[in-house]
Design a protein around this ligand. Structure first.
Ligand SMILES: *[C@@H]1O[C@H](CO)[C@@H](O)[C@H](O)[C@H]1NC(C)=O
Length: 255
């Protein structure tokens, strides 16, 4: 039977199954404030460099494993690390899983040292990928977002290298420290002060994402030529005063 002879009912079943599998991918990324466009044909409008704050994310670590950078004790990350470089549409939706290109760690072997340090996984679970089921955090970021960035960032190696370079260029942790915002488990900081510190340094408005009043992510947005632009305005999940938790060692070593 050729695909053309699929009955409407069968076609609907197939479409629902595909939709369901991608909805799961969304949850893994915690991006529930917009809609995803699977296998989109239209090229994206801008980039979102999503950074995560280990002091907040690592609070979720209940047990330890070798892939979770929260479990590195005194070597655990204490500055913003990379979550991903995400292509977005101006209307609040984003494309995902644009090309069938399975993640291959060998292609980025020369970047692994930098990726372990600046783009580490902060959890033990595996992540959903577009085509190969489950995979590493990097596999997830490449297959879901990297394949949609590729009209600009190219192949897998170039996607990771480009993202690292953009990250190195804008040191958000340094900007916040210089404005007096240091990790603390007692202090609360005005959300507007943190946003202003970034605005003053980079002349752009970032997006702050919070979890239980703690800064969890900071997003910087870029035009497709990597000039900074404001992130699309949307309601912040952060209260007026936020915390920037200091890292404290998580979980129990269990490997
Ligand atoms: C960011 O700046 C801090 C100093 O404030 C430095 O320790 C850190 O290595 C810098 N991070 C990167 C990725 O360059």
């Amino acid at each position: 039977m050729t695909p053309l002879s699929l009955s409407p009912v069968r076609l609907l079943v197939v479409v629902l199954a595909i939709t369901a599998s991608f909805c799961k991918i969304e949850e893994a990324d915690g991006r529930r404030d917009g809609r995803v466009v699977i296998g989109a044909q239209r090229e994206f409008d801008y980039f979102n460099l999503a950074l995560q704050w280990p002091g907040t994310v690592c609070r979720r670590t209940r047990y330890c494993c070798s892939s979770n950078a929260c479990c590195r004790g005194s070597n655990s990350p204490t500055e913003f690390t990379i979550h991903g470089l995400w292509p977005d549409y101006n209307d609040g939706t984003w494309p995902a899983c644009c090309k069938r290109s399975n993640f291959d760690e060998k292609e980025i072997s020369t970047l692994l040292g930098a990726l372990e340090k600046y783009w580490p996984s902060l959890s033990c679970g595996s992540s959903s990928t577009c085509y190969s089921g489950k995979g590493s955090f990097w596999a997830h970021e490449w297959e879901k977002h990297g394949t949609c960035s590729s009209p600009v960032t190219g192949d897998e190696y170039s996607y990771f290298l480009t993202t690292l370079n953009v990250y190195f260029k804008y040191n958000v942790t340094k900007v916040l420290n210089e404005a007096g915002y240091f990790p603390s488990n007692t202090e609360k900081y005005p959300r507007g002060g943190i946003v202003s510190a970034i605005q003053n340094a980079f002349h752009t408005t970032p997006k702050l994402v919070c979890s239980k009043g703690a800064v969890e992510e900071l997003h910087l947005c870029f035009y497709k030529d990597f000039k900074l632009r404001d992130c699309a305005a949307s309601k912040s999940s952060c209260p007026k005063y936020v915390s920037l938790p200091a890292y404290s060692s998580r979980g129990r070593a269990s490997w």
